[in-house]
Ligand binder design. Structure first.
Ligand SMILES: Cc1cc2nc3c(=O)[nH]c(=O)nc-3n(C[C@H](O)[C@H](O)[C@H](O)COP(=O)(O)O)c2cc1C
Length: 278
């Protein structure tokens, strides 16, 4: 999604403490769309050519992968009945139904185990790392897909809520043992440029030499205030339980979000896929 702002301006808006006028002769021209990344939840009623989708998949799967193991797959959901089933799961997220393309990014530790079997070598890494590596690999591909789409003027929105419906998604996509959904992804042509989202200041999230929380609370407080001013929430989460706040801040919203259990069945699902999580 295009922006006329400079990279320095975009990073400053996003973080409030991003470095400016960085010296050097680095060619930063293709950072523009990365700096301007925004999830997109409103799409034109216009198809995305299937070859373009394949090309984005190729760019996504060209991203780094742990030990060259390539433990992630992308499922393009093109069948209208399958799309309708998925759309119906999310009445509160109309951008899923409104997106011309829907994909699911999966972690895949199955292929590696099959390769072991074929070569007659034991798979001696049946522990948490097997799941973790595949999940991280899928996340990296998901991010690369989103950034490649951004750079082409397309818009995306990752959809982790597909994991609220594990049994349905598993059956619909016919996912075998050791293959699991990490997130869905909507894709399409944005109707308009959404607004860039703000992030915590780098003072809270970038450390040198050691993990250091000294600056964290001041940074969160400043972020809360800045975000409430520039990007106020449209509604408050669970007001019956928590009341209403003014200002309603990012940290209040996040603390409310995880005050409610979510996806408590995910561990059981992953174990049932064959993973040992010790
Ligand atoms: C792994 C992952 C899962 C996400 N799941 C959802 C989702 O289920 N529904 C949704 O609307 N947005 C989802 N998002 C989008 C985030 O809400 C979004 O990235 C975040 O609010 C920051 O906004 P930005 O991407 O515009 O900067 C997800 C993002 C990621 C990375």
């Amino acid at each position: 999604m295009a922006s006329s702002n400079s990279i320095d301006e975009l990073l400053q808006l996003r973080f409030d403490d991003a470095p400016q006028d960085v010296p050097g002769d680095t060619d930063t021209s293709h950072w523009q769309s990365i700096a301007n990344h925004q999830s997109c939840r409103l799409y034109e009623d216009k198809p995305v050519h299937p070859d373009l989708v394949q090309q984005l998949c190729a760019l996504a799967l060209g991203s780094p992968t742990k030990s060259d193991l390539q433990q992630r797959d992308i499922i393009i959901v093109s069948d209208p009945d399958k799309r309708a089933t998925i759309n119906a799961l999310f009445p509160d997220s109309p951008w899923i139904e409104g997106a011309p393309v829907f994909l699911v990014f999966c972690g895949n530790n199955r292929r590696l185990r099959q390769i072991h079997e074929r070569h007659g070598h034991p798979f001696e890494n049946d522990h948490l790392d097997a799941f973790f590596n595949a999940a991280v690999d899928a996340g990296i591909a998901l991010s690369a897909f989103a950034l490649a789409a951004d750079a082409a003027g397309l818009g995306t929105c990752p959809i982790s809520t597909i994991r609220d419906h594990l049994a349905t998604i598993n059956e619909l996509l016919d996912l075998p043992d050791w293959v699991f959904p990490v997130a869905g992804m909507t894709l399409g042509w944005p109707t308009r440029t959404p607004r860039i989202n703000l992030r915590l200041p780098l003072a809270a999230t970038v450390h040198t030499d050691t993990y250091n929380e000294v600056a964290q609370w001041d940074a969160i407080e400043a972020y809360d205030a800045r975000r409430a001013e520039l990007r106020p929430y449209g509604s408050q989460r669970d007001p019956d339980r928590f009341g209403t706040r003014d200002p309603y801040t990012w940290s209040e919203d996040k603390a409310r979000q995880y005050a409610k259990p979510q996806r408590t069945d995910f561990g059981a699902y992953i174990r049932a896929k064959g993973f040992k999580l010790d």
